[in-house]
Design a protein around this ligand. Structure first.
Ligand code: SDX
Length: 384
């Protein structure tokens, strides 16, 4: 047998295309020329969404128009509402998790969008705005049904982040909670050719439609090696808490970690394919989440202290750093968000990055179709 040509397992280090949208480097994370810490400090999620989708920083007038377009698109069609009235049973009976419900609901939105089959730049931008506006409503209505309450209708007067929190609970969030959510959405919005975005580009590259590409991207994001890690990180901290008891006994945490290393466990919320010295987003979210925990009370500070000890051990013993999903888990828990909605909230943000990439792919398309190195049996006859 001839030996297979060499390949990069998991496409590590492979440059699979060009993009103007985002640059992920060890030294910086840049959205269309703006550094992530600058955006987290100074831009709202709506401004970042406009930057990613339209390609430039909005003027105050452009931002106003964009915001009112989003507000006017928050309601979701009847058919999707009726499906979401089944979501509580599906989730509570363990037939589906919220990411599955969201995936199906987004796919249904395609059937009900008159521009679904139109891949022109203009139609794609309109569809992006509709998806961005409607995904929080899907998440909110789903959570309402899981909790056994009537749907909380979207508001017209709240920001994207505040409206998302409001629809999930029926209570208007504090300005502090709104800010934490908003910054988390800014941090999650875009990250070049990550697995879900690459999925969306592969689908768009066949000249398939935006709703289909986003549906595929949601499926890719769900996995715990990718976006599902924010839920898995919180589940892991809950498991450590159960094993070590209510106090943060550092000796017990160290024993737990050493056992995890011996079992060759993947510690959720740690490591990254690109960042080897730390994820630029993680310390920003950690600081905000910790501040929220300090305001909320000692139980939440104890959670952060546990996370910090786990992080210290990972860094000193394994030289592996937390990614954005690690502080996200602790932060969303502090905000009282149900754990299975953490990854859907990631979708509510990353929809901007996905749509920007789908539009970029459609604007300058070539089918994405790599080769495989064949390592199967040599050619043989069916009849022996
Ligand atoms: C996201 O790509 C993106 O940009 C994604 C993302 C985005 O914004 O889109 O940033 C969002 O998906 C963040 C990642 C969330 N996933 C997790 O937190 C899951 C836990 N992490 C790992 O499984 C892992 O680090 C990955 C999946 C994130 C990256 O995997 P790689 O690049 O294939 O690295 P690897 O699994 O081959 O690990 C290399 C080494 C191994 O050790 P050796 O076999 O060489 O001795 O590092 C070790 C791994 O065992 N390692 C870990 C670890 N991560 C890496 N060991 C324990 N726990 C970990 N989390």
């Amino acid at each position: 047998m001839t030996s297979a040509p060499t390949h990069a397992k998991g496409l590590e280090g492979v440059i699979a295309g060009e993009t103007e949208i985002c640059n992920v480097e060890q030294s910086a994370l840049i959205y269309r020329g703006y550094e992530i810490a600058d955006l987290a400090e100074n831009a709202s999620f709506e401004e970042v969404a406009y930057l990613l989708l339209v390609g430039k920083k909005p003027t105050p007038e452009e931002l106003k128009v964009f915001q009112s377009e989003l507000v006017s698109e928050r309601k979701i069609p009847e058919l999707v509402q009726s499906f979401l009235k089944q979501s509580g049973d599906l989730v509570n009976n363990h037939a589906a998790v919220p990411m599955d419900i969201l995936r199906t609901a987004v796919s249904m939105l395609g059937h009900l969008d008159a521009q679904c089959q139109d891949n022109s730049a203009d139609a794609n931008l309109h569809k992006s705005k509709r998806l961005l506006a409607k995904i929080p409503t899907i998440i909110g209505h789903m959570q309402n049904n899981i909790d056994g309450r009537d749907f909380v209708a979207p508001t017209e007067d709240l920001s994207h982040s505040a409206n998302l929190l409001y629809m999930m609970t029926g209570e208007k969030p504090s300005p502090e909670a709104e800010k934490v959510m908003d910054v988390s959405l800014v941090l999650y919005a875009e990250h070049d050719y990550n697995a879900s975005t690459f999925t969306s580009r592969v689908i768009a590259g066949t000249l398939s439609d935006m709703h289909g590409a986003v549906t595929g991207a949601i499926a890719a994001l769900k996995g715990p090696l990718h976006g599902g890690a924010n839920e898995a990180a919180m589940d892991m901290l809950a498991e450590i808490r159960k094993d070590i008891g209510p106090e943060n006994d550092n000796a017990k945490i160290l024993d737990w970690m050493h056992q995890a290393f011996e079992d060759k466990r993947k510690l959720m919320g740690f490591g990254h394919r690109v960042y080897k010295n730390g994820d630029h987003r993680a310390p920003i979210l950690h600081a905000l989440g910790r501040k929220a925990a300090e305001a909320r009370g000692p139980e939440f500070v104890r959670l952060f202290e546990l996370g910090e000890e786990v992080q210290r051990i990972m860094e000193t013993e394994k030289n592996i750093y937390p990614n954005v999903d690690f502080p996200c888990g602790m932060t969303y828990f502090t905000m009282g968000i149900p754990v299975p909605q953490y990854t859907p909230i990631f979708v509510a943000s990353r929809i901007t990055g996905w749509c920007a990439h789908i539009m970029e792919q459609h604007a300058n398309n070539r089918l994405i179709r790599p080769r495989a190195a064949y390592v199967g049996p040599e050619t043989r006859n069916w009849n022996g």
